[in-house]
Design a protein around this ligand. Structure first.
Ligand SMILES: Nc1ncnc2c1ncn2[C@@H]1O[C@H](COP(=O)(O)OP(=O)(O)O)[C@@H](O)[C@H]1O
Ligand SMILES: [Mg+2]
Length: 262
């Protein structure tokens, strides 16, 4: 299937409302705020209180760490933030918008996920039959951008991430590091005010892990994104200025070492 057909088909699905912001505009927000967030899985005797009372604030341009042992609620928090699961109580705001206040406060959760949240995973999950440019351009196309505009934006991001020379390559032709950069470009493609990264450096050696953190910090500044990095990677923990420790579903904020990356 050609890219045009693919994007036309996907655009014509219900819920594909275009973004309100203009092309090229840096998203202006005052970041993300979470207050007293609670998440209970299941009901009655079998229920699990995964998040008891989580509060967190991340400013545009900031990269914070979210650190905690297995089972402490990190993935649950990311999924609530990404509007993938519904919290049980509390409040979340994104910029000037209340997203959740003891119930969703936005009508179109699909558009929220697509346009305002970027995800970076441990594995790049690039689409194998699309070239690098179209892997990055797909999300803006789905958000209603003309293909030429989406591709121009993709190229701009690939250039910012120093992989523009691989723009026409297929994902399988790239090195692991290049794939990671492309997946970061993809997460930025709709200029989301929030980026959620789940263990993005776990499989990488020290130098590459620090390289990813350098890129995330640059991108946070350049695109004024608020970035949350879930990690227990000792190699990158010293790079954060602020860290939220999560334990038993509760967060405690701590100052990080903020070790310089460049
Ligand atoms: N879908 C689910 N149903 C029931 N319990 C869950 C579900 N997902 C996670 N949990 C429980 O919630 C708690 C937090 O899990 P999780 O957010 O995955 O922690 P982490 O990502 O820090 O390892 C754990 O006790 C886990 O077993
Ligand atoms: Mg997890």
């Amino acid at each position: 299937m050609s890219m045009n057909k693919l994007s036309n088909r996907l655009q014509s699905q219900p819920g594909g409302t275009p973004l309100s912001g203009g092309d090229g505009a840096v998203t202006e927000t005052s970041g993300i705020h979470i207050e007293n967030l609670r998440k209970v899985y299941g009901k009655g005797d079998n229920s699990v209180e995964a998040l008891k009372n989580v509060s967190m604030s991340v400013s545009p341009g900031e990269v914070v760490g979210l650190v905690g042992p297995s089972g402490s609620g990190k993935s649950t928090l990311l999924k609530c933030l990404g509007a993938i699961i519904e919290p049980t109580a509390g409040r979340m705001t994104l910029g000037n918008d209340v997203i959740y206040d003891d119930g969703w406060r936005v009508k179109d959760l699909r558009a929220l996920r697509r346009d305002r949240i970027g995800f970076i995973f441990q594995a790049p999950y690039l689409i194998p039959f699309l070239d690098v440019t179209d892997n990055v351009a797909l999300l803006p196309m789905l958000a209603g951008r003309p293909n030429s505009v989406a591709r121009a934006r993709a190229l701009e991001l690939l250039t910012a991430l120093d992989v523009q020379h691989r723009a026409r390559a297929e994902p399988t032709q790239l090195s692991g590091g290049e794939q990671q950069r492309v997946s970061i470009a993809r997460a930025l493609a709709n200029r989301p005010p929030v980026i959620l990264a789940d263990e993005p450096t776990a499989p990488l050696d020290s130098e590459r892990a620090l390289g990813v953190m350098r890129i995330l910090n640059q991108m946070a500044r350049q695109f004024q994104a608020a970035i949350i990095v879930v990690t227990h990677d000792e190699k990158i923990i010293p790079t954060f200025n602020r860290i939220y420790h999560i334990r038993d579903g509760q967060t405690v904020e701590e100052a990080g070492e903020g070790r310089a990356l460049d």
